[in-house]
Design a protein around this ligand. Structure first.
Ligand SMILES: NC(=O)c1ccc[n+]([C@@H]2O[C@H](COP(=O)([O-])OP(=O)(O)OC[C@H]3O[C@@H](n4cnc5c(N)ncnc54)[C@H](OP(=O)(O)O)[C@@H]3O)[C@@H](O)[C@H]2O)c1
Length: 258
């Protein structure tokens, strides 16, 4: 892996070597000194060269070992991972692990051993017997709307999940309120892993602070969505480039909202 931007600080940055997870964690550290009660919402997604966000329903065919190291690092830095229910169903989400390499850093920041997973779902058609709900290190949060089926809410709670109702104007969750709600619970370093429909809503609501985009050197064609799906913004929003790493032809970019 090499650092291409910011411009190599030393010739060593251009060395093609394996970066340690602690080094990656330094590079991707969340901004310090956020105003009290506010969260920083970062997204991490992988895309093919032609813009596909998955191949036959999975993101793994677009990923690589280096991409998974960055994925793991971003989890290791987060207080909470916010994810859409379809991604949970499709990718078979499991609870986040506590990893020794991030333990001291997390303890110093007052974070628990692993991030909380927060699943966004309107219908709650989720398998609450899965370890994601029954055996996480920290209880999984389910974010749902006011119209959520009462028996599914009860099933989620019986499994051990914490159900939070975030009413919106229509059915489902008002995603604009999610960062503030989680910040109010002390979860300020937020990571969303998509999928495209959830991420599109975060972007449209103007609450996406940072985009970590892995560009995979593959073409997929087909009908998979882009990394954000949903109605267009009235005016495209500008992001500023923060860093670019390269590994095996993959580009690992990081952009922050201007
Ligand atoms: N390329 C990548 O990095 C990447 C990352 C993640 C996922 N993916 C791929 O993306 C696909 C899934 O993405 P997706 O866009 O179809 O789905 P998604 O965004 O993961 O989940 C959509 C679901 O989330 C819930 N949801 C979304 N917005 C909501 C709201 N405002 N209120 C309440 N619930 C809401 C609904 O769940 P209910 O149906 O339960 O009501 C909805 O069906 C998978 O194939 C996965 O492999 C790729």
């Amino acid at each position: 892996m090499r650092r291409l931007f910011p411009s190599p600080l030393s010739p060593a940055d251009l060395d093609d070597r394996e970066w340690g997870l602690a080094e990656l964690a330094d590079l991707y550290a969340y901004p310090a000194g956020l105003p009290a009660g506010t969260a920083w919402l970062r997204a991490n997604m992988v895309s093919s060269l032609d813009g596909a966000a998955h191949h036959e329903g999975r993101s793994q065919p677009l990923s690589s070992a280096a991409d998974m190291r960055i994925f793991g690092t971003l989890r290791g830095l987060a207080d909470a991972v916010v994810v859409g229910a379809q991604t949970v169903r499709q990718e078979g989400y499991r609870p986040a692990r506590a990893r020794e390499v991030f333990a001291a850093r997390r303890a110093a920041l007052g974070q628990g051993p692993a991030p909380v997973i927060a699943v966004v779902s309107a219908g709650l058609d989720l398998d609450f017997s899965l370890p994601l709900f029954t055996a996480p290190l920290v209880p999984t949060i389910v974010l749902t709307g006011a119209d959520a089926p009462a028996e599914r809410v009860a099933a989620a709670r019986a499994a051990g999940a914490e159900v939070l109702v975030v009413p919106g104007e229509g059915p489902g969750v008002d995603v604009a309120r999610v960062p503030g709600l989680l910040a109010g619970r002390g979860l300020t370093r937020l990571l969303t892993e998509g999928g495209p429909r959830l991420l599109g809503q975060f972007a449209a609501a103007g609450v996406l602070d940072e985009m970590c985009l892995s560009l995979a050197p593959v073409v997929a064609t087909g009908t998979a969505p882009r990394i954000m799906a949903g109605p267009p913004l009235a005016v495209p929003e500008r992001f500023a480039l923060g860093s670019v790493l390269e590994d095996g032809g993959f580009l690992f970019t990081r952009y922050s909202r201007v």
